[in-house]
Design a protein around this ligand. Structure first.
Ligand code: BMP
Length: 245
């Protein structure tokens, strides 16, 4: 594992500044077929998107189908170009969360995503943070069915403040909740927003509402021209952040 900076999300913030982008790719590929084939497909994609994308979010589809050794190789090859987030939406008892977060940190990931409704995070967060890994909690999901998140939002927001998370996930489809979280949490907690294009949110809207980063999966990886979609999204983001593209 490589030595990390003092603030776990510092690397992401500096990549954002350097590339003038807030775009994180959800690498939701299923690694079927020949290992070398999928390995070179991912390499090609990551090479092509290097100037525009600042982070790679790896969730269960790729984690489970590609396996940890391929993922470690990819992180190792691209660790200077991207911030790597393990989207494992952890929701377990503290002693298991402690073990899993340590495995994720040793794989080379820069941050992991955990649920927060299970609470008890204060029992394992200090150990995970000591490994230099950023911890991002799911505060409000993007899909329509996430009703329980709506009723628990204010309590979970207070909990986020109390446990000192590095970041939260709030769907880009829910700009009102992004605004409220930004108002309460101030600038110390980064807001990550998925749900763009394929789930209906326009690129840039989440940033306009106060989010820091936008997460996009299918609109890019299922496109025949991922680079041009990424260009379009980053152009929209730059208009919001810098007032011009
Ligand atoms: P897409 O852009 O293809 O809709 O993908 C969105 C990504 O963000 C997926 O990887 C999904 O797991 C994640 N995500 C989401 O869509 N909504 C949430 O509330 C939380 C997520 O992590």
């Amino acid at each position: 594992m490589e030595e990390k900076g003092i603030l776990p999300l510092e690397k992401l913030a500096s990549l954002a500044k350097e590339k003038r982008s807030r775009l994180i790719l959800a690498l939701d590929l299923v690694a079927t077929g020949e290992r070398n084939h999928i390995r070179s497909k991912v390499s090609r994609l990551l090479k092509d998107l290097k100037e525009l994308v600042i982070g790679i979010k790896i969730g269960y589809p790729f984690l489970l189908s590609a396996g940890s050794s391929m993922i470690e190789e990819i992180i190792n090859d691209y660790r200077h170009s991207y911030f790597f987030i393990a989207d494992i939406k952890l929701a377990d008892v503290p002693h298991i969360a402690r073990i899993v977060s340590s495995i994720i940190a040793h794989m080379g990931f820069d941050a992991l995503i955990t649920h927060i409704f299970q609470m008890g995070l204060e029992d394992w967060l200090p150990d995970a943070m000591a490994l230099g890994i950023g911890i991002i909690g799911v505060l409000m999901m993007s899909h329509k069915g996430a009703k329980l998140f709506e009723s628990l939002f204010q309590r979970m927001l207070k909990y986020v403040e109390a446990v000192n998370l590095d970041g939260v996930v709030i769907g880009a489809t829910r700009p009102g909740y992004i605004r409220e979280a930004r108002r309460v949490l101030g600038d110390q907690v980064a807001i990550f927003s998925p749900g763009i294009i394929r789930q209906g949110a326009e690129p840039g809207i989440a940033l306009k509402s106060g989010a820091d980063y936008e997460i996009v999966g299918r609109a890019i990886i299922e496109s025949l021209n991922p680079l041009s979609v990424a260009r379009y999204i980053v152009k929209k983001e730059r208009e919001i952040i810098y007032g011009s593209s």
